[in-house]
Design a protein around this ligand. Structure first.
Ligand code: CA
Length: 227
């Protein structure tokens, strides 16, 4: 099994590398973000089964490396190393497209077990592209297209559109939208949904002379089947 370790604390990285080699892994070690990104993408030493990626790295954070790998269609499983007092936490690591995380300091035995589990699971499947007529939403690249035109949307607009597209043809209530796109404990004004529906219409519908997002009286909003 080939492992790429991206970690800038040299002594610690070398200990991990030596330990992994002792366990029969083939290990390549790089010490900064840009080199990690390049090595994981170009695979100059061969394809990797798993990547161990530190978050705080010189040049480019593990956060950015992970994001760019996934955006570049590299689906190698990633185990992220997070620090308890770091800028990012475990939840962030998973949000970014990492498959697992360990908080430093970690036990070597646990690291090995997690890596073996990740390799067994294999590379995650690329999430399916959603379509409604000529409206396309790509969860992996986080892109929205109307025909061939890319439509820039904010993360919240993206989440709202993704929710509607996953339930296209069905009227979704404001409550369901808030629970899925905001969160179950949201206690703000539910009219926020209306506001965001308005933003989306101005981006994906009005400029293209469409009316894909329908208001269903008394029921909520529905994305038309045929966009
Ligand atoms: Ca570091």
């Amino acid at each position: 099994m080939r492992v790429l370790v991206v970690e800038d604390e040299v002594a610690m990285a070398e200990t991990v590398r030596d330990g992994l080699r002792h366990e029969g892994f083939t290990v390549d070690l790089v010490h900064d973000g840009p080199e990690g990104l390049w090595t994981a993408t170009e695979k100059p030493y061969g394809a990797y089964d798993v990547i161990v990626l530190d978050i705080m790295l010189p040049g480019l954070s593990g956060y950015e490396v992970c994001r760019q790998l996934r955006a570049g269609q590299v689906w190698t499983p990633i185990l992220m190393l997070t620090a308890k007092d770091g800028e990012y936490d475990q939840a962030d690591a998973l949000d970014l497209g990492a498959d697992d995380y360990l908080t430093k300091p970690f036990s070597f035995v646990v690291l090995i077990a997690r890596l073996r589990a990740l390799v067994r699971r294999g590379a995650p499947e690329r999430p399916a592209v959603l379509r409604a007529g000529d409206l396309t939403l790509d969860p992996a690249e986080r892109r929205v297209l109307r025909g061939d035109t890319q439509v820039p949307v904010t993360p919240r607009e993206f989440a709202l559109l993704e929710f509607l597209m996953r339930h296209r043809g069905q009227a979704m209530t404001k409550t369901a939208i808030i629970e899925n796109v905001w969160d179950a404990h949201f206690d703000g004004d539910p009219n926020i949904v209306e506001v965001y529906i308005g933003y989306l219409r101005k981006k994906i519908d009005h400029p293209f002379g469409r009316n894909a997002i329908e208001t269903v009286r008394g029921a909520g909003y529905r994305l038309a089947e045929e966009g």
